[in-house]
Design a protein around this ligand. Sequence first.
Ligand code: SAM
Length: 280
Amino acid sequence: MAVPALYVVPTPIGNRADMVPRAIEVLQSVSLIAAEDMRHSRPLLNHFGIETPMIAYHDHSDERVVERVLAALRSGDSVALISDAGTPLISDPGYRIVDAAHSEGIAVVPIPGACAAIAALSAGGLPSDRFCFEGFLPAKTQVRHTALSALAAETRTLVFYEAPHRLLATVQAMAEVFGGERIAVLARELSKLHETIRRASLAELAEWINQDSNQQRGECVLLVKGAPAREQALDAEAERILYLLMDELPLKQAAQLAAQITGLKKNLLYDAGVKRARDR
Ligand code: SAM
């Protein structure tokens, strides 16, 4: 092992062939693996011939567990952190231990690999230059509705994890809050036999999931296209400048000059000028 550190190691989200070679190497060579659920991880580790001792770790674990991991790290041993599937800390345990390691000046090394949110974004066909990861929505209907309402004007692509038995109700709630015409993607069973990626409006998705109960099984990520960006509004100062210029110059020139002064778009100022001329 090159550096003694806390290694954050991803594991496959369904297809064992997605286990990255560096993850295997790290898990074989560290002194201890802190695992979300040892029984769950044992078959995967056996499959790759990894015999490193494990300790069960959760963000709600007893302080003694965190202390044991930190003691190993302080003594110069390396420890790997894994969750049941995918990247630790992404809607999974790990934050408490990574936070503690940083506080003690212990190196934390990420091994890049499987993550359902990123896999869904990469293949979902929605804008991915900016996105907003929301993880799991609250389970209770009213609280979930409130959480969705707070996101209604978000312009970035929204990324959610959802449990299969709540999928239909969630997509229906999204259609109600965001509007049925908003485009969304259901990315289900990624990297597995029944992998499905379906892009449609929220209303169509809800209908499709309702008609086909197979869609309400397995694991899924929901992506929702962001709200259209709202038109920039003219503030009082921009209006004052535009109107002053309009009193002296033809509208086209006034809008051009006002755009240079305020930094706003020329079209926006021109349209505001037309409206003012019409209303006078
Ligand atoms: N840490 C994981 C990651 O990096 O993606 C996520 C763990 S979170 C507890 C589990 C949720 O991730 C599932 O309920 C589902 O929303 C999503 N997920 C995990 N595996 C998936 C898969 N193969 N296909 C679609 N979604 C998946």
